[in-house]
Design a protein around this ligand. Structure first.
Ligand SMILES: [Zn+2]
Length: 523
């Protein structure tokens, strides 16, 4: 574990520090012991989860299990704790309860420890504490540390140098694959992704100010989301969450970030790219929230307050889910039907961007610690600008050589069919009109990352697609249609084609009328 010396120079003076008093309660996970200079180790997390499961085995009616969901790039176990009043802890048993499942994820970025420590607190409270009654209305799955290799080094990235939270569409890393498999199998209704955000970083140089808010929040803000999902994110989750934080004297703001480029004074909310857990889970029709506490880059400073902020936020999300359990039970099938029914109809957005605005952002004066309002250029994610849209196809045809792409689609839970007899389909093929060399690398550090991202512009050419036996069909009359669009329209920076999971433009085509195909569904 990366350790922070107890006598490390404080990142700012007493006046700023005094704005963030410790909460009245003291959290005591292994890594939060007063004598510690390191956060909870992977072994300690393992023992802690086992202990919670063991405590529950003595409780009547509650089932718990620690699942091994994969291994990190350095071979460390990736683990999840499942808690339910169902008859077992497998996906079918949780589905059979008819209760919504909440998935809680911590520490995708290794240098953001508060979420992980808070999830250990939440696990204990659900297993043996005050939150246990919630299990009468909800199931909970907890992944306290999604990136243990990064946590060991106090590094945001994985051992291979990837940003795990940019890999949830491509699924290049074993860590992202483990989370995709878990969500495919357990189908959470709600996903909360716990992070910490940079407090000083470029803000001090750009604005002579320090970040103020205990929590930054954002739900899914990507294209093609059903309106009702965003309404649920906002009304059923974000508003109660803000009230819960306020009730604890904790402040919050929309999630935002700024680039390391000192000349660029823009501040952006999280973008619409369908690559983060926050956005990808929205495309899987789940309520999805990222919560970031005020902690990256300040070591152990204010750690009890940071953990308290996460515990408060997570408790609110669990409570909202319990309170809305029956509405959520209706929401999922409604969304799935709505998304499926759009196949072959209307427009789908292929690419969008945040909308420029001005915003008065509250920050802190680094010397006096007083409030300081900075008017900034603000890229809002609450209204996206459409850059590119297309008629929604009935489905996509993929060539037999697209095996990796097919594997990744299946890992997401997207339904794929194999063509059994050669057939001709009416559709649009992609014809390249320009290609720009991009300095930006494909998914940083990934296998594909050794090659530049392919930035292509295309036009659509209507024609007959020859679909030989052994090629594939991905229909859009399925619940994950919007995720398939994000992966398969080639001319975006997140797409499978741009990132070399599909090798040629000719390997995929848009099928524009309901095909009559002899197919078999891939298992
Ligand atoms: Zn993060």
């Amino acid at each position: 574990m990366a350790s922070v010396p107890a006598d490390a120079t404080a990142p700012y003076g007493d006046a700023v520090e005094a704005r963030f008093p410790a909460p009245s309660m003291v959290y005591n996970t292994p890594g939060l012991q007063a004598s510690r200079t390191t956060f909870t180790t992977q072994d300690e997390i393992h023992t802690w989860l086992r202990d919670q499961a063991a405590a529950l085995s003595r409780s009547v009616g509650i089932k718990a299990a620690v699942l091994s969901i994969g291994a990190s790039q350095q071979g460390q176990p990736l683990e999840a704790l499942v808690l339910t009043r169902g008859t077992g802890t497998d996906p079918a048993a949780l589905q059979a309860t008819g209760r919504p499942t909440v998935l809680l994820i911590g520490q995708q970025h290794g240098d953001e420890p508060a979420g992980s420590e808070a999830l250990l607190v939440i696990a204990r409270e659900l297993a043996q504490g005050l939150l246990q009654p919630l299990l009468e209305r909800i199931n909970v799955v907890i992944v306290p540390r999604a990136n243990p290799d990064g946590a060991d080094r106090g590094d945001p990235l994985t051992a291979g140098g990837q940003d795990l939270n940019r890999d949830h569409l491509l699924l290049d890393t074993p860590e992202a694959q483990a989370l995709a498999r878990l969500t495919r199998d357990y189908r959470p209704t709600v996903v909360l992704d716990a992070h910490e955000y940079t407090v000083l970083g470029p803000y001090l140089q750009k604005f002579n100010a320090v970040e103020k808010f205990d929590a930054l929040l954002q739900y899914s803000t990507t294209v093609n989301l059903p309106e009702f999902l965003t309404k649920a994110d906002e009304e059923w989750y974000r508003r109660p969450l803000l009230a819960a934080l306020k009730g604890q004297g904790l402040s919050s703001e929309w999630y935002h970030t700024t680039s390391a480029d000192m000349a660029d004074r823009k501040i952006s909310m999280g973008g619409p790219e369908p690559v983060t857990i926050r956005n990808v889970e929205g495309l899987k029709n789940s309520v999805s929230l990222a919560v970031e506490t005020r902690g990256a880059g300040i070591g152990r400073l204010h750690i009890q307050r940071r953990v308290h902020t996460h515990v408060t936020a997570i408790t609110s999300v669990l409570g909202s889910t319990a309170q809305r359990a029956s509405e959520l039970g209706q929401l999922r099938p409604y969304l799935e039907k709505e998304v499926s029914a759009q196949a072959c109809k209307g427009q789908s957005i292929v690419e969008a961007a945040n909308t420029p605005a001005q915003y008065d952002l509250q920050m802190l004066d680094p010397v006096t610690g007083g409030d300081k309002t900075v008017t900034v250029d603000w890229e809002s994610a609450l209204a996206l600008r459409t850059l590119k849209s297309r008629v929604r196809p009935c489905g996509y045809w993929l060539s037999e050589s697209s095996k990796t792409a097919i594997e990744r689609l299946r890992l997401h839970g997207i339904q794929v069919f194999r063509v059994l007899e050669q057939s001709a389909l009416l559709g649009d093929i992609y014809r390249e009109t320009s290609r720009a060399g991009s300095a930006q690398q494909a998914m940083q550090g990934s296998l594909a990352g050794s090659q530049p991202l392919i930035k292509t512009e295309v036009t659509l050419v209507r024609g007959v697609i020859d679909a030989p036996a052994g090629s594939y069909y991905v229909p859009l009359n399925q619940p994950l249609a919007n995720l398939a669009i994000a992966a398969l329209e080639p001319d975006t920076q997140s797409s499978f084609f741009a990132n070399h999971l599909i090798n040629e433009l000719a390997s995929a085509a848009r099928v524009m009328s309901e095909p009559s195909l002899k197919t078999e569904e891939l298992p």
